[in-house]
Design a protein around this ligand. Sequence first.
Ligand code: DQA
Length: 144
Amino acid sequence: MILVIHGPNLNLLGVREPDVYGAKTLDDINNDLQQLAEQEGIELGIFQSNSEGQIVDKIHDAFQKEVEAIVINPAAYTHYSIAIRDALAMLNIPIIEVHLSNIYKREGFRHKSVISPVVTGQIAGLGVDGYLLALKQVIKIINN
Ligand code: DQA
């Protein structure tokens, strides 16, 4: 099973700053991801939370269960959540960090990711395609 985690405020995609994050809703993104997973014959778990603790708990579940890879957009937690970083650091599986926007082109406080040092790779600025590319890549890694 591959787990996709969406962080805070991403439940409001499509409505929230569409000029920055695009017009697609979270359901649209999740449907695209599910379709790709089905084509690839992979089981997908999808989780969104606005709460840091719930995201940490979900990562703990992944540690105990049969999660083979994670695609995560930690949203604002990217920039300061040592708790999410430490939870991800426990895992020994491929993890790809995704950002819809190019965080390096935006305000200075978004330029730092405390998550990046503990993940396999990061995709930023490619919109919804970033999620799909991340999913394809983790499937490729786990199938190798
Ligand atoms: C984001 C970028 C973050 O800086 C921001 O707080 C988000 C979304 C992105 O997908 O571009 O909520 O992770």
